[in-house]
Design a binder for this molecule. Structure first.
Ligand code: NAD
Length: 263
C-alpha cells in the first residue's frame, strides 16, 4: 500500500467508480482529501462512505463541473484555503459519450466529450500546477484509457480525447519535471464501474451481462478489472515513491492491449 500520510490530494469525479475507489485507497494511508464532482448528492454519499470506513480522514467536498474553468479555479482555491497546499492531483473526471460510428456521431455529444475529457483535464492541470511549482513538488495522475492507446469501435470523440490526455501528460512531464513534478497517465481497460455498466447497457440493452461476458472473453485474464486494482496503481503514482516515473501512459488492463489476435 503506497503511503500518502498527510498528503493533500485532489480527486475529480470522486463520487463513484475509479475516483471513489482511489479516495478510499488514499484515505486508508492517511491522505487529506479534496473531492470534486458535479453530482452533489453522490459526492456527499461518497464522503459519508469514506468517513464510515476511515473516520479520521479530513475530507473537503467541492461541487464543480470540471469543464467550467471558473469552477476549476474554485475547487483548486478551496483546497488551498482548507489545507494550505496541494501534493497530488488525480485528474479523473470523464465521460464516455455515446456509441455511434464517426459520421453519425451527434455533434453536441462530441463537443461535450471534448469539453469534459480534454478541456476539463487541461484546466485542472493548469490551475494546480502553480501551487506545485511553488513548492517544487507535485504528483499529477491523468486518466487516459486503452482508448488513449488504441481505437475503440463507435467511440471517436472518447478515443480522440483520451489520446489527447496522453499527449498533455507527456508535455506536462517535459515542461515541469524540473520543478519536482511528475505527470503520468493511467490507461485502464474495462473496469467494472457505473460508466462501463452503462456502456454494456448501450451495447446490449436486453442483456448487458451477455455484453460483459463477451467483452471479457477477449481479455487474457478472462475478466474485467476492479476499481480497487486501478486505485492501487494510482496511489503509487501519487506517492513520494513515484519519483522517477514521468510522462508515462500506464495500461491497467489485464494485459489486453498487448495482444494481437485471439487469446
Ligand atoms: N471504467 C473504465 O473501465 C474506464 C476505462 C478507461 C478509462 N476510464 C476513465 O476513468 C475515469 C472515471 O471513469 P469511471 O468508470 O469511474 O466513470 P463513472 O461514470 O463511474 O464515474 C465518473 C464520475 O465523474 C463524475 N463526472 C463526470 N464528468 C464530470 C464533470 N464534468 N465534472 C465533475 N464530475 C464529473 C461523475 O459524476 C461520476 O461521479 C473517466 O475519465 C473514464 O474515461 C474508465
Amino acid at each position: 500500500m503506497s503511503d500518502l500520510k498527510n498528503k493533500v490530494i485532489i480527486i475529480t469525479g470522486a463520487a463513484m467508480g475509479l475516483g471513489l475507489a482511489t479516495a478510499l485507497e488514499a484515505a486508508a494511508t492517511g491522505a487529506k482529501l479534496s473531492l470534486v464532482d458535479y453530482n452533489a448528492e453522490a459526492l456527499e454519499k461518497a464522503k459519508a462512505d469514506i468517513l464510515e470506513k476511515y473516520p479520521d480522514t479530513e475530507v473537503l467536498t467541492v461541487t464543480a463541473d470540471t469543464s467550467d474553468e471558473e469552477a476549476v479555479k474554485n475547487y483548486v482555491q478551496s483546497t488551498v484555503d482548507k489545507y494550505g497546499t496541494i501534493d497530488g492531483f488525480y485528474n479523473n473526471a470523464g465521460i464516455e459519450g455515446k456509441q455511434a460510428p464517426l459520421a453519425e456521431y451527434d455533434l453536441e455529444v462530441f463537443k461535450k466529450v471534448i469539453d469534459i475529457n480534454l478541456l476539463g483535464v487541461y484546466f485542472g492541470i493548469k490551475h494546480v500546477l502553480p501551487h506545485m511549482q511553488a513548492k517544487n513538488y507535485g504528483r499529477i495522475v491523468n486518466v487516459a484509457s486503452v482508448g488513449g492507446i488504441r481505437g475503440v469501435m463507435n467511440q471517436t470523440p472518447y478515443v480522440a480525447t483520451k489520446h489527447a490526455v496522453a499527449g498533455i501528460t507527456k508535455n506536462t512531464a517535459l515542461e515541469y519535471a524540473r520543478f519536482g513534478i511528475t505527470a503520468n497517465a493511467i490507461a485502464p481497460g474495462a473496469i467494472l464501474t457505473p460508466m462501463v455498466a452503462g456502456a454494456f447497457k448501450q451495447v446490449n440493452p436486453s442483456d448487458p451481462a451477455a455484453a460483459e461476458a463477451e467483452y471479457a472473453k477477449a481479455n487474457p485474464t478472462k475478466r474485467l478489472g476492479k476499481p480497487e486494482e486501478v486505485a492501487k496503481v494510482v496511489c503509487f503514482l501519487l506517492s513520494d515513491a513515484c519519483s522517477y516515473v514521468n510522462g508515462q501512459v500506464i495500461a491497467i488492463d489485464g494485459g489486453q492491449s498487448n495482444s494481437y489476435g485471439n487469446v
